[in-house]
Design a protein around this ligand. Structure first.
Ligand SMILES: [Zn+2]
Length: 299
């Protein structure tokens, strides 16, 4: 890790009072043992046919075989419920506590682990939804509801019982409820996924920390692109080299850390704490000079 460079980016952001945003992806949840469900671990057998995740996680499949889709999601729900938030989740909670008015988390993860760790719902933008919530498939009131208490998570071969199926119907209009998640054949929107708010956050971001995502989906890519184009600082955390990380490595205000999020994020939080706690006037001369002349030199 280039400690000097990392510290410089963190100090610049904190001392200017800039907004710190985090974009979290599947790599962060993988450290809690949750698979992405985009590969073989997400394959699902219905009758004699094996379906792939990009077929299961669709409105089309829900319309043609809602029971199979709900079986699959209740299995996934159980996997998520059995998992525990890891060091990365806890570090992000501490980061929010350090900067309550200038912190935002944009997450692609639907597993609910951020909120279970203690992240505030107000500053968490779940742009792909949350598997612990449901909403009416008939869109009668646009309300997002917690998973009904009567419905439990399932193992792979465990069937939904009648009382659970009844509970999976909208209390207002009686139509079937659906998982509150973005499907492959649907588009981002503000109403359910706060997509426009997430982009507004990106426009206001001074420093973006990208943790465990290679930006494979549209909106997260746009968030990174926005920060990149207004010359915000970008810290990429990923155990594997990936196209996004390689772009950040070449970016003058970026740094790539090839570490697990559970290692890198607590380290970053410790450094941020040290900067926040430092007595007034502690900043080294080179940093004070840099900050004073920042606009002049377009650093
Ligand atoms: Zn309804």
């Amino acid at each position: 890790m280039d400690h000097l460079r990392l510290n410089q980016l963190l100090e610049e952001t904190v001392l200017q009072g800039g907004r710190i945003s985090v974009l979290a992806g599947a790599g962060l949840s993988a450290e809690s043992g949750i698979p992405t469900f985009r590969g073989p671990e997400g394959y699902w057998t219905v009758g004699s046919r094996v379906y792939q995740p990009h077929e299961m996680a669709t409105r089309r499949m829900f319309q043609s075989n809602p029971i199979a889709v709900w079986q699959w999601y209740l299995y996934r729900l159980e996997v998520c419920r059995q998992a525990l938030p890891n060091k990365a989740h806890h570090a992000l909670v501490t980061m929010e506590q350090l900067f309550p008015d200038s912190f935002a988390l944009v997450t692609q993860n639907v597993d609910n682990l951020h909120l279970r760790a203690g992240q505030s719902a107000a500053n968490t933008y779940e742009v792909h939804g949350n598997i612990g919530f449901v909403r009416c498939s008939n869109e009668c009131g646009h309300r997002i509801l917690p998973m009904p208490d009567q419905v439990s998570g399932k193992t792979k071969n465990e069937k939904i019982i009648v009382a659970e199926w009844q509970a999976l119907h909208c209390p207002a209009c009686g139509h079937l409820l659906r998982p509150h998640v973005l499907w492959f054949d649907e588009a981002y929107n503000e109403r359910y996924y706060r997509a426009e708010s997430a982009m507004q956050i990106a426009r206001e971001t001074s420093m973006l920390i990208v943790a465990g995502t290679s930006g494979a989906t549209n909106l997260p890519n746009l968030v990174v692109s926005e920060v990149y184009h207004h010359s915000g600082a970008i810290i990429d955390i990923n155990i594997a080299s990936n196209p996004l990380g390689r772009v950040i490595e070449q970016y003058p205000r970026g740094i790539s850390l090839r570490q697990p999020s559970g290692t890198a994020l607590p380290e970053i939080v410790n450094r941020l704490k040290a900067i926040v706690m430092a007595p007034h006037g502690w900043q080294p001369f080179h940093l004070r000079w840099t900050l004073r002349h920042r606009n002049q030199f377009k650093l």
